[in-house]
Design a protein around this ligand. Structure first.
Ligand SMILES: C[S@@+](CC[C@H](N)C(=O)[O-])C[C@H]1O[C@@H](n2cnc3c(N)ncnc32)[C@H](O)[C@@H]1O
Length: 253
C-alpha cells in the first residue's frame, strides 16, 4: 500500500480558506504564544501555506520553515516579502540536514501523522533532534484516536462550506476509510467550487497515521527525546480520557 499526502495545487489553493475556519480557532493562539515566548531560532516542520508561520514572522520571530510540498511552499512565499524567502524551503523532514540549530521546533497540525512507517517516524525524530539546541523544545500535535473516528463504517460528510472569494462557493466532502490494523485513516477529500464557467471538482486522497499515547512515548524516548508534558488540548490541560488532541512537549534527553 502506498500511502498518500501530496497536497496538490488545488488542495494547497483552498487550504487557508478551509483551515482558517476549521483549525485556526483551535491551535493558532497556542503556537503563536510558544513562538513569541522563544528568544532564539524557531523551525516549523511542515509549515505548509504559512497559516502559523506568516503571523509569527510578522510578529518578529526568527522563524524558518520546511515543507515537502512545493505547492504549499509556493503559496507561503506569495505571502511574505522576497527578503524572507530564504527562511522557507522544500524539504522532506525525514532526510533533511539543517545548517543551523533551533531553540523551538514545532510540527503543527498533524504533520507527524504523515509519518506512516516506523522508519519514517524515527527518521523524522532523528532529523528534528539533530537540529535542537541543548535546551530546545519540540512540539508535536496529533489527533487522539477517537473510537468513532477509527472504527466506524465508511461515511462521507461535508466538513466545509463557505466562500473562497466573494460570491464564489467552496464545499469540501470527506470520506474516511479506516484501517485499524495499520493505524491509518484513508481520507478521500473532494473539493467542489464555483468558477465563472460552472462548478469544478477535484479529488485528493490522504492517508493519516494515528498514534496512541504510549506508542508515542516509546518512539520519542527511543529517539533520544524526553517527554516533559502531554497535553490533551491547546489550553495546556493534561491528556485524560475524553480529550481528543495529543500534544507532546519534548526536549533532548
Ligand atoms: C496539515 S498540513 C499543516 C501545515 C501547517 N503546519 C499548518 O499548521 O497549517 C501538513 C503539512 O505537512 C507537510 N508534510 C507532510 N509530510 C512531510 C515531510 N515528510 N516533510 C516535510 N513536510 C511534510 C505537508 O506537505 C503539509 O503542508
Amino acid at each position: 500500500m502506498r500511502y498518500k499526502a501530496k497536497y496538490f495545487a488545488t488542495t494547497s489553493k483552498f487550504y487557508d480558506t478551509v483551515y482558517e475556519k476549521l483549525r485556526s480557532p483551535v491551535d493558532k493562539k497556542f503556537y503563536l504564544e510558544e513562538i513569541l515566548n522563544c528568544d532564539g531560532k524557531i523551525l516549523e516542520i511542515g509549515c505548509g501555506t504559512g497559516r502559523i508561520f506568516v503571523d509569527a514572522l510578522r510578529s518578529g520571530a526568527d522563524i524558518y520553515g520546511i515543507d515537502a510540498s512545493r505547492n504549499m511552499i509556493k503559496i507561503l512565499k506569495q505571502k511574505i516579502e522576497k527578503k524572507d524567502h530564504y527562511r522557507v524551503s522544500v524539504a522532506d523532514a525525514r532526510r533533511v540536514n539543517f545548517d543551523m540549530t533551533f531553540d523551538l521546533i514545532i510540527a503543527p497540525f498533524r504533520v507527524f501523522s504523515h509519518m506512516f512507517t516506523i522508519a519514517d517516524q524515527q527518521s523524522f525524530l532523528k532529523c528534528a533532534k539533530s537540529a535542537m539546541n541543548e535546551n530546545a523544545k519540540l512540539i508535536i500535535d496529533l489527533f487522539y484516536p477517537k473510537p468513532d473516528l477509527i472504527h466506524h463504517p465508511t461515511k462521507t460528510l461535508m466538513d466545509f462550506e463557505g466562500e473562497y472569494k466573494p460570491g464564489k462557493k467552496l464545499r469540501r466532502y470527506v470520506t474516511i476509510e479506516p484501517d485499524p490494523v495499520e493505524q491509518i485513516n484513508n481520507l478521500i477529500t473532494v473539493f467542489e467550487w464555483d468558477e465563472d464557467s460552472g462548478i469544478k471538482k477535484f479529488r485528493e486522497d490522504f492517508s493519516m497515521r494515528y498514534f496512541y499515547k504510549f506508542e508515542m512515548i516509546h518512539l520519542l524516548k527511543s529517539s533520544g527525546l524526553k517527554v516533559n508534558e502531554i497535553y490533551g488540548d491547546f489550553e495546556r490541560n493534561k491528556l485524560v480520557s475524553g480529550k481528543w488532541e495529543q500534544l507532546f512537549i519534548c526536549s533532548p534527553a
